[in-house]
Design a protein around this ligand. Structure first.
Ligand SMILES: O=c1[nH]cnc2c1ncn2[C@H]1C[C@H](O)[C@@H](CO)O1
Ligand SMILES: [Zn+2]
Length: 366
């Protein structure tokens, strides 16, 4: 029997809870002040605001457009200041610090190296500077007595034609901090099967990958991602709900794709705030997260883009708690779901679950 009882769930206690994030874009998480400083250093003069607070507001308001395509336009400004060794290193370093400050203990952070070649860096250099930044960030956090593990996924842009090259890049850096691959960008008109050769190459090299699917486009995209491409996880995947019929009494009938995703325990990287901003869902109350969690899909909680969403992992969890009434054991389950679904090796996953996550939630559950 507990002597203290559960801690109340507030933003402050959520920040203490050990959290794991699988879906976060490096170029969607910059600090506004850093954007201003990097822009000044590299001579980028197209920023839409000149002080950190106005810039923060500009990003979250502009991204809140109800359209994925318009949401993505805001990345022009972040990508522009991430073209140099210093820019990449600093953004990666600060990403680790910001996650650690929010109580995140494990993060898979993704970005698209092909978007960072404008100042003459090679793909390999772009990845190396970024990984160096993550490593330096991890070290700085460790020096403060905390622990965080941050690894990297390489993204290929789905409208471009470099996915095979980026898949090869990911495999080249596999033992140096890159643990997987992804495709991102505007979904409609760019189905996952366009990139089959990249996915086949990764599979042949036993490297795992996730695919943004079922966010701005429907079920066919999810079907392709899992059945044609063999995705290990789904980025968002919210439209899987279109393959599920829920009766008034709560009984659910699943179609073939939904059954496959649940049976195979294919993880869903859900990003509530981002989905609201891009119009993938109309309100949090209508977010499929609630039904999918109830039906025991392997749901995980993620930030997607902390700058555009003006959000953190704690914030995303709080939104779910307020909307669906979750308690600490639910949040622990979502966190363990994420660790089980992560692309690092099994012993490292177990270590984080047994030595950081379970003890952390035990304290909060009381
Ligand atoms: O939620 C998203 N859906 C599709 N593409 C996205 C999302 N968030 C960010 N991106 C894009 C914009 C970035 O420049 C790129 C690589 O991180 O990935
Ligand atoms: Zn994303």
């Amino acid at each position: 029997m507990s002597l203290t009882g559960p801690s109340p769930i507030t933003l402050a206690t959520l920040r203490q809870a050990p959290k794991a994030v699988l879906h976060d874009h490096l170029d969607g998480g910059l600090r506004p002040a850093t954007i201003l400083e990097l822009a000044a250093a590299c001579g980028y003069d197209k920023l839409p605001a000149q002080d950190p607070e106005s810039l923060r507001k500009w990003f979250s308001e502009s991204a809140n457009s109800g359209s994925l395509v318009r949401y993505l336009e805001t990345f022009d400004h972040t990508v522009a200041v991430m073209q140099t060794p210093e820019g990449l290193h600093r953004v990666a370093y600060e990403c680790v610090e910001d996650f650690a400050d929010d109580g995140v203990v494990y993060a898979e952070v993704r970005f698209a190296p092909e978007q960072h070649l404008e100042a003459g860096l090679t793909l390999d250099e772009v990845v190396q500077h970024t990984l160096d930044g993550f490593a330096a960030g991890e070290k700085a956090v460790a020096a403060t007595g905390r622990r965080i593990r941050v690894v990297c996924l390489l993204t290929a842009m789905r409208h471009a034609a470099r996915s095979r090259e980026i898949a090869e890049l990911a495999v080249r850096f596999r033992d140096a901090g890159v643990v997987g691959f992804d495709i991102a960008g505007a979904e409609a008109g760019y189905p996952p099967s366009r990139h089959l050769d990249a996915f086949e190459y990764l599979s042949a090299n036993t490297m795992r990958f996730t695919i943004h699917a079922g966010e701005a486009f429907g079920l066919p995209s999810i079907h392709e991602a899992v059945a044609f491409c063999g995705a290990d996880r789904l980025g968002h995947g919210v439209r899987i709900i279109d393959d599920i019929e829920v009766a008034d009494d709560g009984d659910a009938t699943l179609g073939r794709v939904a059954n496959y995703v649940r049976d195979q325990r294919i993880p869903l990287e859900m990003c509530p705030t981002s989905n609201l901003q891009t119009g993938a869902v109309a309100s949090l109350a209508e977010h499929p997260f609630g039904q999918l969690a109830r039906l025991r899909f392997r749901v995980t909680v993620n930030t997607d883009n902390r700058l555009m969403g003006d959000t953190t992992m704690s914030n995303e969890m709080l939104a779910l708690v307020e909307t669906f009434g979750y308690g600490w054991s639910d949040l622990e389950r979502f966190t363990i779901n994420a660790m089980k679904s992560s692309f690092i090796h099994f012993p490292e996953r177990l270590d984080l679950i047994d030595n950081l996550i379970k003890p952390g939630y035990a304290v909060l559950i009381g």
